[in-house]
Design a protein. Sequence first.
Length: 387
Amino acid sequence: MQTAGSDNKTTSKPHWVNAEITYQCPLHCVFCYNPVDYAKYGPELTTDEWLRVFREARELGAVQLGLSGGEPLQRKDVEVLVAETTKMGYYVNLITSGIGLTEKRIAAFKEGGLGQIQLSFQDSTREMNDFLSSTRTFDLKSKVAKLIKQYEYPMVLNVVLHRLNIDHIGQILEMAEAMGAEHVELANTQFYAWAFENRKHLMPSREQLERAERITNEFRDRVGNKMKVYFVVPDYYADRPKACMNGWGAVFLNVTADGMALPCHEARMLPLEFPNVRDHDVRWIWEESPGFNAYRGDDWMQEPCRTCPEKTKDFGGCRCQAFMLTGDATNADPVCDKAPAHHLITEQVALAQKPQPPASEVKQVILFRDDKNSRKLATRDSTTPIS
């Protein structure tokens, strides 16, 4: 079908639903992608409300469901959500820090048909793992990793990389191998939300990044097909933007804890009116809502994107990044070296090449994700940095 308002806005169907079922989290990660002002948002969707949303999305064609947060295991109904959505025909993935995963719960997930558990670590060392999350969770995560293998789930490990842990890349890969990981995602920090607040402390130098890529490739050569290792390059070191979510409102539907429907994880920051699943059904949200149609097609594009031959590959890049860095979501993503605002990226890259203080000093100034800091960020003036 064609959406209203533009002849070149073709609506596909959502294939992947990500449900941020709660913003509650026992960890306080400095790179969290949850909105920095999450503390001001309203009550979470109930079990019945979530199941209605999942049924509607499934009827529209969605086949993959991610249960994330916050920490999804903070909710007591995850087992019910898994069992019911599996019956609907979803492949269900639990995206977790592991905190709250007991043997009783994982047995229930197995019985309910959960397809995959993605476990996150912050580092290969107890000291850095616990520092970055401001918790003492490394040993607990290690126990959860064994539990995942015990229940014959594929070991899917996620580690967010940044300046403070990227030099441990060899040890991180060795840890993954020792755990029997089949899939490892080395996700270099993308600078949104809490990571954007901490950007100057988290952005690696070019030398660090090149060394990490070299070590990763050497590891791949050694382990062969035994393990799939994905190395996600950070935006700021690219000269072309990523095809964010394969295009705006193309395949991905994100639903927040309080019911806001978004075409990507970070879109809530944009000056658009996004619908809430409490007020509208998923079909209307996906096909008709102004928010989901805002950047479909290319009518919204400015130059150089409008006449760029690569616009069908990268769709102009990330609307959220364009808005964060330039104040106008219709601008070219500054990551692109054709973008007029590309200097905003190269300036940050230049700063990252300078020596930075050690982690012991960074701890005094870095911003941890917690309710107190979120409330401060929710009330500050946009021109005033948080102290």
